[in-house]
Ligand binder design. Structure first.
Ligand SMILES: C[S@@+](CC[C@H](N)C(=O)[O-])C[C@H]1O[C@@H](n2cnc3c(N)ncnc32)[C@H](O)[C@@H]1O
Length: 249
């Protein structure tokens, strides 16, 4: 698992050829980065209705989408830049009509019309782009597309190793119109002190500072925690309207 720029340099995570070669080598196996659906389920069930049309960006060969369908999700469009991953997954899941697969670059999803999806899930894909060449441009292209594809009131759920100091500058752009909540969970194999946080407390959002940073003095239970950013596209039609009264005219 990559954590910083030095491991970015070791593997070319931003390059489609790297992923094709890797998926070829894995010969139809399955691998979930960071977390399995079982640990993410409380977050997914809280923010993603089972009837929603979901876009899984950079699905790879993860079991996440299959597990979501087993849990009642009805419509998941999976995309990935790797044609090897997409062909393998399409063949593997041809008997599951709730799962669809298309080879696509997240930086150009013009195939889909605006507001096509209720929810977008990203586990490790923005992270891969951040390792590629022109990373900030790629991130802006990807996130602009994600914002365009979301219905008002829908969410982009980003599961990443990136803490707010390296992710909020990309996520918190006025053009996307997102209200962002942050959650933090330990790695699945992290052995914390006995009596550590319960899942209930992981479901409490972390209040970031005005600058979009962790609160001063915040201590991570697991120093290599994973971060879940839930970015809700503000529904302008639901903003309160104030009648014009004589004293404001
Ligand atoms: C770290 S893996 C995560 C895979 C999967 N989401 C998971 O949780 O296991 C990143 C995935 O993003 C895909 N990817 C990288 N760049 C991409 C791009 N520009 N467009 C679409 N997918 C991309 C890779 O092929 C790879 O499958």
């Amino acid at each position: 698992m990559f954590r910083d720029v030095s491991s970015c340099n070791t593997y070319n995570y931003g390059d489609a050829l790297y992923w094709d070669a890797r998926y070829m080598q894995e010969q139809g196996g399955a691998f979930d980065w960071y977390q399995r659906y079982s640990s993410l389920r409380p977050f997914v069930r809280k923010f993603v209705p089972t009837s929603s049309r979901v876009l899984m960006v950079g699905c790879g060969n993860a079991l996440m989408s299959e597990d979501m369908v087993k849990d009642g999700y009805e419509d998941i469009m999976n995309i990935d830049i790797s044609s090897v991953a997409i062909e393998t997954m399409r063949r593997k899941y041809e008997y599951i009509p709730q799962l669809k697969y298309m080879q696509m670059d997240v930086r150009d999803m013009s195939f889909f019309p605006d507001e096509s999806f209720g929810n977008v899930i990203d586990k490790g894909t923005l992270d891969s782009l951040m390792c590629g060449t022109d990373a900030p441009i790629s991130a802006t292209q990807m996130l602009g597309e994600v914002s365009r594809l979301l219905k008002p009131g829908g969410t982009y759920m980003l599961i990443t190793y990136g803490d707010p100091s390296v992710r909020m500058l990309h996520l918190n752009r006025p053009a996307y119109n997102w209200k962002i909540a942050l959650y933090i969970i330990p790695r699945p194999d992290f052995k914390g002190p006995a009596g550590g946080s319960s899942m209930k407390s992981y479901l409490e959002p972390i209040l970031m500072t005005e600058k979009g940073l962790l609160p001063p003095g915040f201590v991570l239970e697991d120093p290599e925690s994973h971060y879940i950013y839930v970015c809700e596209k503000i529904d302008e039609t639901e903003l309160p309207t104030y009648p014009l009264t004589a004293n404001v005219l």
